[in-house]
Design a protein around this ligand. Structure first.
Ligand code: RIB
Length: 321
C-alpha cells in the first residue's frame, strides 16, 4: 500500500511530541514537513521541542516556524499542562538541528500549490494546534480551499471544553482562525475531546512495552507517556489510563478505520461572553427540516476503536523500520 504524504502543524507540547514520534515512525505515512505555531508554549520552545522529536525519531524532516501569536486573540499558553519547557520538564537534550528559513505559511502555500508526482496525492494536513498558520495560508492563497484535500484536526469538543467550560484549547486559543477554517470548503475531520478521553486510552501495559525498548524514539515516547501517567494519577488521586489528544488525532488521520464519524455542521463561537471558542455541533434530530439549518461542514469523530488505537501506536513504535 503506498504510504500517504502528510504535513503536520503543531504547538509541540507533550501530546504533540507523542504524535510526532508516532507519525515519524509509522510505516503508514511519509512526513513531508512539520510547521510550528505558538500555542501550548511560546513559538521558540515549540520549534525546539519539534526539532528534538524529529531527532529522537531518527528522521530528517524539515521544521518550519510560523505564527507566534493568534490572529486577534490575546496569546495564551498551557505550561500548567505541559511543563515550562513543553516536554514535561523531563530534561530532553537541546536539539542539534535548526528550523528551515522559509516561513511555515509560505511552506504550506508552496506545498499545497505544487502538483505532486504520480502516484502521490496531495498531502494530508494534520493539525494539532491553534489553526493560525492554516488560516493565514488560506487568507494569503485562497486557492488552497481547492488544493488542500483533507484536514484532520485535534480540535473542539462535542459537549464542552478543557480550557473553559465551553471551549477546547486549540479553538479557544484562536477562534477567528478556527472560524475561517470551519467556514471553508476544505474537507475536515474533527477529533474532539470526548471520543478521545473515552476511547483513545493507553495504560501501563502499552507504556511498559514502549519503555522496554532502548531505541531513541521509544526512550522519548516512554518518558513522556510515563510522565503523563504520573501527572494524571497525581491530579485525579487514582490510577487511570491516559488519552493524549494529539496522538489520538494523528492515529485517526493515519488509520481512518479507527474512527466512527458523523457529518455535522459545526460553528465556531467567536463572540460569546461565556462560550467564545466553542465548537457548536448541530445534533438536532430533524435539523434537515429546520429552515435555518446549515449543511454539514465537518466529519465529527464520535468513537475511536480502543484496541486498534493501541495496536497502531505500538506497531509504529516497536516496528523498527
Ligand atoms: O485541547 C488539547 C489540545 O490543546 C492539544 O492539541 C494539546 O497539545 C493542546 O494544544
Amino acid at each position: 500500500m503506498p504510504t500517504m504524504n502528510v504535513i503536520i502543524d503543531c504547538d509541540t507540547g507533550v501530546d504533540d511530541a507523542l504524535a510526532l514520534l508516532f507519525a515519524l515512525r509509522s510505516s503508514a505515512c511519509n512526513v513531508l514537513g512539520i510547521t510550528c505555531v505558538g500555542g501550548n508554549i511560546p513559538l521558540a520552545k515549540v520549534t525546539r521541542n519539534t526539532l528534538a522529536m524529529v531527532e529522537h525519531a531518527r528522521r530528517d524532516v524539515p521544521v518550519y516556524q510560523g505564527a507566534a501569536r493568534p490572529l486577534l486573540a490575546a496569546p495564551i499558553t498551557a505550561e500548567y499542562a505541559h511543563g515550562n519547557d513543553g516536554l514535561g520538564d523531563i530534561g530532553f537534550p537541546e536539539p542539534q538541528g535548526a528550523p528551515a528559513t522559509e516561513h511555515a505559511v509560505d511552506y504550506l502555500i508552496r506545498a499545497f500549490m505544487e502538483t505532486p508526482e504520480p502516484p502521490h496525492a496531495p498531502p494530508l494536513l494534520i493539525t494539532l494546534a491553534p489553526l493560525t498558520n492554516i488560516a493565514l495560508a488560506l487568507l494569503r492563497e485562497p486557492q488552497l480551499e481547492e488544493r488542500i484535500p483533507h484536514i484532520v484536526m485535534m480540535a473542539g469538543g462535542l459537549t464542552g471544553g478543557n480550557t473553559t467550560a465551553a471551549a477546547e484549547f486549540n479553538v479557544y486559543a484562536d477562534p477567528e482562525a478556527a472560524d475561517i477554517i470551519f467556514r471553508s470548503r476544505i474537507p475536515k475531520t474533527m477529533v474532539s475531546l470526548e471520543p478521545i478521553r473515552r476511547d483513545a486510552l493507553l495504560d501501563e501495559t502499552e507504556v511498559a512495552q514502549i519503555e522496554a525498548c532502548s531505541n531513541p524514539w521509544c526512550w522519548a515516547m516512554g518518558r513522556l507517556l510515563r510522565r503523563n501517567l504520573i501527572q494524571l494519577e497525581r491530579l485525579s488521586g487514582r490510577h487511570a489510563p491516559i488519552s493524549p489528544p494529539d496522538l489520538a488525532a494523528t492515529a485517526v488521520a493515519l488509520e481512518p478505520h479507527l474512527a466512527t464519524t458523523e457529518n455535522r455542521h459545526v460553528a465556531i463561537e467567536t463572540r460569546g461572553e461565556h462560550t467564545r471558542g466553542m465548537t457548536l455541533v448541530d445534533n438536532r434530530r430533524f435539523r434537515h427540516l429546520a429552515p435555518n439549518a446549515a449543511p454539514p461542514n465537518v466529519a465529527v469523530v464520535t468513537a475511536i476503536n480502543t484496541a486498534r488505537f493501541q495496536a497502531v501506536v505500538l506497531e509504529a513504535l516497536l516496528h523498527d523500520l
